[in-house]
Design a protein around this ligand. Structure first.
Ligand code: NAP
Length: 421
């Protein structure tokens, strides 16, 4: 059996099928007089053809035999649905309705269902709005006005609000596992989101559109801008009838505060990403409030897997984790720049010195992760007695290198806490 679009030459066969079905399938619920009034065999073919063509009309066919047909208008009104008496119970009506509903722009569907068809529509999620008596050719008969509402669905899986350093790094990671069409980008300076959207193949839109039409709304603005942004979005979020999740990456702001700023007890995922997410080598620490379902969290983590390591960390530790993983790239970059400066001071060309420093850092981190060695042991392995490396280590220790790095992490964490106040 296949479904195909209606053609005008089908009209006489559909009229015959209609007549035959009413007088057989509907015989158990309607008297002969009612059936004659409903289908007297005198269909106005020109009028039927015009309405079939005005509607979205599908025909179910097998080996050149028409088994059934149905038509729906753009408002979601299912006008006719008839399946040949010899082909009942084969799922033909279901296939016709599935295809019509999928193609219809409306988000609710209505029909006038016969007593016979009522259970079928109830099985499809329609409910009876009212029982009505219709009079055809002077004969009264009953049917039901039935309706089904389709839950609103977000148009995009991910919507980014703020495509600065972090928002764009995460969008680049997201397109690895989601199709670009599932992502919308927005930014205060729209040109920035539009340029990234063009590069990644995503949609670009305004902030309100991203908030109204995305399943996961990434809030990629600075913590200081968050209250203003969410105040603007409050009515948009409150007006949504489908489910959505707020994804915050703002340093210091708790999920509770984000939900309060957004004006509702919404599902919130808090993430603490870092910029290497843009090249798939990042760290994303995350936690979720109780409103986020297991399914929502699973989808989120699998969609973001292209960012790098995702690790769930209870919220009270996120400020600390962020001071290491989120702020760490800046600390490491200071060190890399300083190493390269040292190389230049020793006569190396700048580009070579920078490349050596970066590759050394990448390789050392890889070695540590792959061999699971303690960094102290790795340092010892490089320091031969009275050698050059231990001479350098002594110089770093003399200038309080390790205490400075520890203080940097503590200062960053304290600042995270201040930002959250
Ligand atoms: N950078 C990191 O390494 C890092 C790490 C972890 C977490 N985070 C967090 O990520 C967030 C963003 O930081 P960032 O470094 O990406 O900052 P950023 O580069 O300054 O980006 C912020 C972006 O937000 C946009 N924006 C500001 N107000 C807006 C509004 N009302 N509507 C729409 N867009 C708006 C800005 O647009 P304009 O182009 O108009 O300025 C800018 O593109 C912060 O909350 C930060 O705490 C950052």
């Amino acid at each position: 059996m296949e479904l195909r679009l209606y053609r005008s030459e089908d009209c006489p066969a559909l009229a015959r099928l209609f007549h035959d079905t009413v007088h057989t399938v509907n015989a158990r619920d309607y008297t002969p007089a009612q059936r004659d009034a409903w289908a007297d065999g005198q269909v106005d073919l020109a009028a039927w053809d015009a309405s079939f063509r005005a509607h979205h009309t599908l025909v179910a066919e097998e080996a050149c035999e028409i088994l059934g047909f149905a038509d729906m208008d753009d408002t979601g009104y299912l006008d006719r649905l008839y399946v040949h008496r010899d082909h009942q119970g084969r799922g033909i009506a279901t296939a016709l309705c599935d295809a019509l509903e999928a193609a219809c722009p409306a988000r609710s569907f209505t029909t006038h269902a016969s007593l016979t068809a009522r259970p079928f529509f109830e099985g499809r999620g329609y409910r009876v709005l009212r029982r009505q008596t219709v009079v055809r050719r002077g004969v009264a008969m009953e049917n039901f006005v039935m309706m089904k509402e389709v839950p609103a669905m977000a148009d995009y899986r991910f919507g980014f609000i703020g495509t600065g350093n972090m928002g764009s790094a995460l969008a680049k990671a997201a397109v690895k596992n989601l199709s670009p069409q599932q992502i919308i980008l927005s930014n205060r300076t729209a040109a920035k989101a539009e340029a990234l959207a063009a590069q990644l193949g995503c949609a670009a839109g305004d902030v309100r559109t991203a908030a109204a039409r995305s399943e996961y709304i990434f809030l990629g603005v600075k913590p200081q801008m968050m209250a203003g942004l969410l105040a603007e979005l409050q009515p948009v979020l409150a007006g949504r009838t489908d489910s959505f999740v707020l994804v915050t990456m703002a340093a210091g702001l708790t999920m509770e505060r984000i939900a309060a700023m957004a004006g509702g007890d919404y599902p919130v995922i808090r993430i603490m990403p870092n910029t290497p997410c843009a090249v798939g080598a990042g760290v994303v620490l995350y936690d979720a409030n109780a409103r986020v379902t297991g399914e929502q969290l699973d989808f989120f983590t699998s969609a973001m897997a292209g960012a790098g390591l995702l690790d769930r960390l209870e919220e009270r530790l996120i400020d600390a984790g962020s001071a290491v993983a989120g702020c760490g790239p800046a600390f490491l970059c200071l060190f890399l720049e300083a190493l390269a400066d040292g190389g230049v001071a020793c006569g190396l060309p700048r580009q070579k010195a920078l490349a050596y420093a970066a590759k050394m850092a990448e390789g050392t981190a890889k070695l540590m992760l792959e061999t699971n060695q303690h960094p102290g042991a790795m340092k010892d392995a490089v320091c031969s007695p009275a050698g050059s490396t231990i001479a350098g280590v002594r110089a770093l220790e003399e200038r309080g290198f390790r205490a400075a790095a520890m203080d940097a992490v503590i200062a960053a964490m304290e600042r995270n806490r201040e930002l959250g106040k």
